[in-house]
Write a protein that binds this ligand. Structure first.
Ligand code: MRU
Length: 344
């Protein structure tokens, strides 16, 4: 396997996804030929991470458009609308999912209006979103790497790496870029209960890159900070609200941010502009709640007594006062100055 892998790619009218449920023990791709399979893969987290699910959904629409090819353009649009609704219903919190679907639908509608081949237009747009993702992540990495000094000990959270994007990653992209500049970087990887994206996926990526790291139980983070052993925290985001600067990311991010602020450790968020929500306010955002079994079981084995119930919010909300900066492809911004990035 090459060091730089692609989380997903398109070949011969199929979407190939790394099955992230099987990692780190097995690296295998699954081939999908129907948008409903893509919706299922997003829902069951075969593919996960905000940018990656956006791109997967865009290709899901390409699959739907290809199936409808040959019908008149209005029929194709109707089918696409239905597919878009199904794809939107998979995970409610990451804004990239809605952003990518909207971008593809705008292109499809224009193509239908202009008498172009809608399926081709949809596929081209999905490819464009996928290609931009890697470029944008490299730019985020370049801006963020200046925050990391040689010899730094950096903490990340969940997986905001290549696996959460098409390639390179956002928060892990920042770490990668610093390493590419020749800096020595040591990474703390909280395991990230309940789905263990840190222990399974971030550790997998860092190991491939040869970046020194330790997996830590989530509840070890504050203690390490109290001992002065963390220089910087950098995490990803599923949605950042331009209206207020709140950062919505994997459950547990808020606790890390509180601990980092208490111990004067700079807390940064790395995310593409496509993760910034320029429309909604906090009360309009739905925080995903997942199946209780994810908490009551570990890798399919029950750990809590029969009949015990669980709370399983997938994301939490970090207030802007705890965030030192948002690292984007256009530079580093304060959480309350994101309105400057609004696309015209
Ligand atoms: O539930 P997941 O694994 O999809 O959550 C992923 C995260 O919370 C990431 O930090 C976020 O999507 C940013 S990925 C570049």
């Amino acid at each position: 396997m090459r060091r730089e892998f692609r989380t997903l790619y398109w070949r011969n009218s199929r979407l190939y996804l790394i099955d992230q449920k099987a990692l780190p023990h097995r690296l295998r791709y699954v081939a999908l030929s129907d948008y409903r399979q893509v919706a299922k893969a997003i829902k069951d987290m075969t593919v996960r991470g905000a940018p990656a699910i956006g791109v997967a959904a865009a290709y899901g629409l390409a699959l739907a458009a290809l199936k409808a090819r040959g019908s008149d353009p209005l029929k194709v649009l109707e089918r696409l609308q239905k597919a878009a609704d199904v794809l939107r219903s998979t995970r409610p919190t990451a804004v990239n999912l809605f952003w990518a679907i909207e971008r593809v639908m705008v292109r499809a509608e224009a193509a239908a209006r202009d008498g172009e081949d809608v399926a081709r237009a949809v596929l081209e747009e999905a490819h464009a979103i996928a290609e931009e993702d890697v470029k944008v992540n490299r730019a985020i990495g370049m801006h963020g790497a200046q925050l990391i000094r040689d010899g730094a000990k950096v903490m990340t959270y969940c997986n905001a790496g290549a696996l959460a994007t098409v390639g390179y990653g956002t928060a892990l992209g920042v770490i990668r870029a610093a390493v590419e500049q020749g800096k020595r970087v040591f990474v703390y990887v909280p395991e990230t209960r309940p789905k263990l994206q840190g222990a399974r996926l971030t550790s997998f990526e860092l190991k491939l890159e040869g970046i020194e790291h330790r997996v830590i139980p989530d509840n070890t983070a504050a203690y390490l900070m109290s001992r002065g052993e963390v220089d910087l925290v950098v995490v990803g985001a599923d949605r950042i609200l331009a209206s207020s600067g709140h950062v919505i990311n994997k459950i547990g991010t808020l606790s890390l941010a509180i601990a980092a602020n208490h111990f004067n450790v700079p807390f940064y968020v790395a995310a593409p502009i496509s993760t910034i929500d320029f429309r909604r306010t906090l009360s309009e955002v739905r925080i995903e709640e997942r199946d209780e079994r994810e908490v009551l079981e570990v890798m399919g084995r029950r750990i809590a007594p029969k009949g015990a119930r669980a709370i399983n919010y997938s994301f939490d909300v970090t207030p802007p006062s705890l965030v030192r900066g948002i690292i984007t492809e256009k530079g580093i911004f304060g959480p309350t100055e994101l309105y400057k990035l609004q696309p015209q």
